[in-house]
Design a protein around this ligand. Sequence first.
Ligand SMILES: NC(=O)c1ccc[n+]([C@@H]2O[C@H](COP(=O)([O-])OP(=O)(O)OC[C@H]3O[C@@H](n4cnc5c(N)ncnc54)[C@H](O)[C@@H]3O)[C@@H](O)[C@H]2O)c1
Length: 324
Amino acid sequence: MKTFATKRVLVTGGAGFLGSHLCERLLADGCEVLCVDNYFTGTRENVAHLLSHPRFELMRHDVTFPLYVEVDEIYNLACPASPVHYQHDPVQTTKTSVHGAINMLGLAKRLNARIFQASTSEVYGDPEVHPQPEDYRGCVNPIGPRACYDEGKRCAETLFFDYHRQCGLSIKVARIFNTYGPRMHPNDGRVVSNFIVQALEGRPITIYGDGSQTRSFCYVDDLIEGFVRLMASPADITGPINLGNPGEFTILELAEAVIRLTGSRSRIVHKPLPQDDPKQRQPDITRAKTMLNWEPTIPLEEGLKRTVAYFEMQLDLQRLRAAE
Ligand SMILES: NC(=O)c1ccc[n+]([C@@H]2O[C@H](COP(=O)([O-])OP(=O)(O)OC[C@H]3O[C@@H](n4cnc5c(N)ncnc54)[C@H](O)[C@@H]3O)[C@@H](O)[C@H]2O)c1
């Protein structure tokens, strides 16, 4: 039986990596969850374990088209997140960010619902300041191959703030930095999944450039905690708020950690750096600390162990299916 207190929450992109963890968390918090996804990069398998849950509903829908549903809160995550996927159909990527934001903001306006935007550290482009605070305006190439994503997300932020100023909508904008964990895509070129899969399969580990470029890696459970805290924060906290792990590692250090944790005999090979690849990226999370009392708690080593365990299971499943 439905109680009046049950909050109905829409998660777009809910069958993706982050979305599936968010759906899990919201169900655990007692919400009704409507997961909307067009399965471009997400899968039904990511939420298969939730399908029988009485408060979970899954809907195939493309956010570039209007959506008419009744909910109390919206988390807008729909958008391919890795360069291989977002560069596959760049026009569709911009449409997903921009039309998707317009459609979801329109829905939020009609329902007077609070709305959260999964923005990205990519809005900072190839930053000239380090680490990046939220008031840094970024250094983005508007015509490069990453622009469909970077500029799409920047425009989405603009739309969120214009709806907030113009219509009084309650908005929450999170700028997400590199996040990893179970249900990442095995072949999307993101560095953590790439390295783990290469190591588990005993293939060479590919590093672009000399490996001295740095990244920060946030474990998915930490990030989702940040999402939920931001959504529940007072209305005057609109963001943008950086969410990520400030611990900085070189790509070479990451490769070495993965080799150690998988016990792999893979060797490291170097390839040329792709165009517009940022040299450094690290969040300044002072705002998240002070406004949300949030900071990551799961060390890289621990998060990597859990992620390796997930990919080991996936590879075992693949081998079993192939043998059938
Ligand atoms: N994972 C990260 O490190 C990271 C970093 C910064 C920002 N983000 C943002 O977080 C969100 C989720 O990223 P993720 O890592 O889970 O990626 P993901 O690719 O696993 O998830 C994105 C989901 O959106 C769905 N989707 C794509 N286009 C759609 C459309 N037009 N209509 C409906 N659904 C659509 C995909 O099928 C997928 O399920 C994205 O908006 C991404 O930009 C992620």
